[in-house]
Design a protein. Sequence first.
Length: 96
Amino acid sequence: MQDLPDLDKNSLGKPDAWAKFRGLVWWQLLLSIAPILLLPVGGAIGGVIGAAGVFANLSLARKPFGKPVKLLAMLGVVVASYLGYFLVVGLVLNLV
């Protein structure tokens, strides 16, 4: 049986941090990266929520859905990330 290459490793056998982004279409890359833009605005809270959104969108980008379904799902994750951030910050501000 043929051995399939490990796409998570580079040519030196070290982990490839960018492997999850390779092979995506431009709009999938844009929607995958959009939630992490909460990091400079929201600090640690924005970073955690943004990272969760990035991983969710990267997972959705690899699913065998049709383009319209995938686009709407990824847009939903971006919107949910930003709404979730504002909700958490609003709750924190009300508690303080």
